[in-house]
Design a protein around this ligand. Structure first.
Ligand SMILES: N[C@@H](CCC(=O)N[C@@H](CS)C(=O)NCC(=O)O)C(=O)O
Length: 316
């Protein structure tokens, strides 16, 4: 039974993270982030950039219009996911890897994300724990008694949104059969989406995923009560760390999709931690301000689809 995302459990199914790899199609100068306003992993990286005070150029990849499959994007991130970071023509992929790179490159001078040697192991442990939660399944899958917010409501029946992607990718595999780079990327992506969909629709899966998440959140509450947070610090360290970046976006997402009542109490240490995380200026700028569905997602998607219908855009 699959209880974690493919990216956390099956390195053989996905392309390895890239770290500062020069790619000819990437912008040659400056710091660029390819991201989607509502994407969990994009939220984490945007908060990281804000926390570090790094100026960056925004390239929205509209997952709502399947732009993650457009050939021009797949040539820089063959995983067909956001986020992707480009610094002076060099590409870095995978959220944990991107945040590590940013912290090493821009955090040292400002002591940002600075954790002591003893804290490092614990920070890493809590980063991996957050990244191992099956948030994609809980965002798109149907969970008894939970009413999903707009714009998730329609896709949550029987993995329909994932089946749409499988069909789209099958068409792309055929269209690009003579381009080995694109064809391979699409084939691998289709396998990842099929595995994810399978894990969401099989009998009893979604409740098992929610139960497994509840266990992880109980561990979180225990760590908060016994670790640095109880003394005015953060999850795994005295100073705010990349583990807190991971968990801020996760808790915000679980709240947004209506799962909080199944996972933690209002009046609990987890709620107190969430409140402290959400109050950070970097969280407000990197996460909350990008969460306006109408202006950040619906309108850009309509505009993009209109241009495509008029033949002014010929991507996917
Ligand atoms: N953690 C992995 C996976 C990222 C991921 O799953 N991103 C989601 C958004 S949070 C995405 O792009 N989904 C689009 C899709 O799978 O089609 C990474 O950072 O490369």
């Amino acid at each position: 039974m699959r209880l974690k995302p493919v990216y956390a459990t099956d390195p053989n199914l996905v392309d390895a993270p890239l770290t500062q790899v020069p790619i000819q199609w990437a912008p040659k100068q400056g710091i660029h982030l390819y991201h989607f306003p509502l994407s969990l992993d994009s939220q984490k990286v945007r908060q990281g950039l804000e926390e570090l005070g790094v100026q960056w150029q925004s390239h929205p990849i509209l997952l709502s219009a399947h732009q993650q499959f457009s050939p021009s994007y797949v040539r820089i991130n063959s995983r067909c996911v956001v986020p992707t970071l480009v610094i002076d023509g060099k590409v870095t992929t995978d959220t944990i890897n991107i945040l590590d790179l940013l912290a090493n490159r821009f955090g040292t001078a400002s002591n940002c994300f600075d954790t002591s040697e003893e804290e490092k192991e614990s920070v890493k442990y809590w980063i991996n724990k957050a990244a191992g939660l099956f948030i994609e399944a809980m965002t798109y899958g149907h969970i008894e008694g939970v009413k999903k917010p707009f714009p998730l409501r329609n896709g949550s029946e029987n993995g329909r949104s994932h089946q749409d992607k499988v069909d789209l990718l099958s068409g792309l595999i055929d269209r690009y059969k003579k381009d080995p780079t694109l064809r391979t990327a699409y084939e691998k992506k289709r396998a990842v989406i099929e595995a994810t969909k399978e894990a969401m629709v099989a009998q009893g899966q979604m409740s098992a995923i929610v139960d497994a998440t509840r266990v992880e959140l109980e561990d979180l509450a225990h760590q908060l009560a016994s670790g640095q947070f109880a003394d005015g610090g953060w999850l795994a360290s005295d100073a705010f760390s990349l583990a807190d970046v991971q968990w801020g976006a996760v808790l915000y997402r679980l709240q947004w999709v209506g799962l909080q009542p199944l996972l933690w109490e209002d009046d609990s240490i987890t709620s107190a931690y969430a409140e402290k995380l959400f109050a950070k200026a970097s969280f407000q700028t990197g996460v909350v301000q990008w969460s306006k569905v109408g202006s950040k997602v619906v309108l850009p998607t309509l505009r993009y689809k209109l241009l495509r219908a008029l033949g002014l855009k010929n991507d996917v």
